[in-house]
Design a protein around this ligand. Structure first.
Ligand code: NZQ
Ligand code: ZN
Length: 411
């Protein structure tokens, strides 16, 4: 197990009806004016926004609203938010929505004290400063990205066809309100994409270059195991409270680093090389209608098939823990396979099982299903290289030729 530093400052307020406690919690913490950010209408249709605003009114907390955040959020609305936060004198950014809304809130929060264009922070031309940065709170409406307590923020720039992550401990929200009943209105596709994203967040950390870290690895595989059981229940009945509650908490655990500590190859760094998120972010940067989790459902199994030979033991332990898959023992089982073939069969069965699970939830298997063709690959590789450099990743660093082969393998 490698050394790590882990601080999780987020307060979680979790359970039925916590949406009605937002104002009281924020008032107790001393906040006076919230810039409330939301998406393209679900929180209006479900009444969640009105519920939240009523709790602010009840406590005398002033509020200014900014709606319209789209999935794969764009920097244009972040710029608007920065101006609005400054103009109204907000002392808190309150996101009511999912990862896209929370990431917009995080970007606004770090943009307020920065005098230049907020995109500079994502282009790494300038650094986030703590002084003057606004705190972020969120009311989570979709369990998926884990942004409710993660140190990440991901924003797109349509003009440049870029989607960039910006990691900082300063991003972690001060408080996350997590009311599983808000997930009852989610379309099946979003439930499935959310679960896929959570599993991907855990696997990115699990398949790092670091060897076994049993305490962390068991947490990681245990969360995935639970998701494989709970997701079909939520899909069959989106109003199944316990299924939604378990999935919602899993989204947090999957991405707040608890499922990765000790697996970081670089001291103080994050566990894993995030290869599949790198590959996926190019897809949803160029094709803004692609849902992040759906893109991951396609590229993750393809990446696994491409790299597993660089760490067969790791893939075997994953298959064993999550799906109970063991390589056959040629002698004991009386079959005619070499030990190498037995390992390859077990790993392939594991990846097949994982992909079948994604597909069973309604996720795509191919890039074609997402509207991406072979002609799109050169442009994806161009911005991937700009974003990640000519070689990136950790378990098996990928060149642009590797990335091309992986994209081509899932056309
Ligand atoms: O916009 P509205 O109308 O609210 O609809 C949203 C949106 O269309 C809808 N929705 C949300 N809650 C709902 C609901 N519909 C009905 N009932 C509800 N209760 O769901 C759609 C997707 O919302 P979005 O916020 O985009 O989903 P998600 O949480 O998956 O966030 C995806 C974004 O987060 C980024 C992704 O790349 C993507 O841009 N990520 C952020 C991370 C982070 N900050 O830590 C990590 C991830 O790896 C990821 O990259
Ligand atoms: Zn993700």
């Amino acid at each position: 197990m490698n050394d790590f530093t882990f601080l999780l400052p987020t307060k979680f307020v979790f359970g039925r009806g916590v949406t009605d406690r937002v104002g009281a919690e924020l008032a107790a913490a001393g906040y006076r004016h919230a810039l409330v950010i939301y998406g393209q209408g679900s929180v209006i249709r479900t009444g969640t926004l009105d519920r939240v605003l009523a709790t602010l009114d009840a406590e005398g907390i002033e509020h200014t609203e900014l709606g319209g955040v789209r999935p794969n959020p764009e920097v244009g609305l972040v710029r608007e938010g920065v101006e609005l936060a400054r103009a109204c004198g907000a002392d808190l950014v309150l996101a009511v929505g999912g990862g896209s809304v929370i990431d917009t809130a995080k970007a606004v929060a770090v943009g307020v004290p920065y005098e230049g264009d907020v995109w500079d922070l994502f282009a790494k031309r300038a650094k986030i400063v703590a002084e003057g940065k606004l705190p972020v709170a969120c009311v989570l409406t979709i369990p998926a990205a884990g942004s409710e307590s993660s140190a990440s923020c991901v924003i797109s720039n349509d003009e440049l066809k870029l989607k960039r992550g910006l990691s900082s401990e300063l991003h972690r929200p001060v408080v996350a309100f997590m009311d599983p009943e808000l997930a009852f209105t989610l379309p099946a596709y979003q439930i499935a994409a959310g679960v896929t994203d959570m599993i991907a967040h855990i696997m990115e950390r699990y398949f790092s270059s670091v060897g076994p870290v049993p305490v962390t690895d068991n947490i990681a595989c245990g969360i995935i195991h639970a998701l494989v059981e709970e997701a079909p229940r939520a899909l069959a009945d989106p109003r199944d409270y316990d299924a939604q509650a378990n999935i919602m908490w899993a989204s947090t655990l999957a991405h707040n680093d608890i499922a990765g500590v000790g697996r970081n190859a670089v001291a103080g760094g994050r566990a894993g090389g995030w290869e599949c998120h790198g590959l996926e972010h190019e897809l949803s940067a160029h094709h803004t209608g692609i849902t992040h989790g759906a893109g991951l459902a396609v590229v993750f199994p393809a990446w696994m098939r491409y790299v597993w030979r660089s760490a067969p033991e790791r893939f075997l332990s994953f298959g064993r823990s999550v799906f109970g898959i063991e390589p056959v023992d040629a002698e004991a089982d009386g079959v005619d396979v070499t030990p190498e073939e037995a390992v390859a069969d077990a790993v392939t069965a594991t990846i097949d099982e994982l992909q079948a699970f994604f597909v069973s939830m309604g996720m795509p298997r191919t890039l074609g299903e997402l509207g991406v063709t072979a002609d799109d690959i050169p442009a994806l590789l161009e911005t991937l290289e700009q974003n990640k450099g000519a070689r990136f990743g950790d378990l098996q660093p990928l060149t642009m030729d590797d990335a091309r082969a992986i994209y081509e393998s899932c056309l």
